[in-house]
Design a protein around this ligand. Structure first.
Ligand code: FES
Length: 109
């Protein structure tokens, strides 16, 4: 079965290419593989903003619009919110997201 690859880049420019099954979130893929840089304190409930990532611009059109809940949480990220800021727990992996690149902020809390 096809498993999309997600690339996570740390603030220190370390690159991690991880197979993340369809249906899993970008946050879950990171946590399951022990990637530092995504803390995910709330476990994916859109309540902590410690799964903040910067999504590579070319993938933004493939992501669902930021809903009200995520928008509010993105206002409380530890590092600066940018137009490409997203909560990685709110990005569900789909086959079209194969090759997705996310950058992690310097710190999460
Ligand atoms: S894991 Fe808490 S908001 Fe994403």
């Amino acid at each position: 079965m096809f498993v999309p690859k997600i690339t996570y880049i740390s603030f220190q420019e370390e690159v991690f290419e991880i197979d993340v099954p369809v249906g899993e979130s970008v946050m879950e893929g990171a946590v399951r593989n022990g990637i530092d840089g995504i803390v995910a304190e709330c476990g994916g409930s859109c309540l902590c903003a410690t799964c903040h990532v910067y999504v590579d611009e070319k993938f933004l059109p493939l992501l669902p619009a930021v809903d009200e809940e995520q928008d509010a949480m993105l206002d409380s990220t530890a590092c600066e919110r940018l137009p490409n800021s997203r909560l990685s727990c709110q990005i569900k992996v789909r086959p079209e997201l194969d090759g997705l690149i996310v950058r992690m902020p310097e710190y999460q809390k």
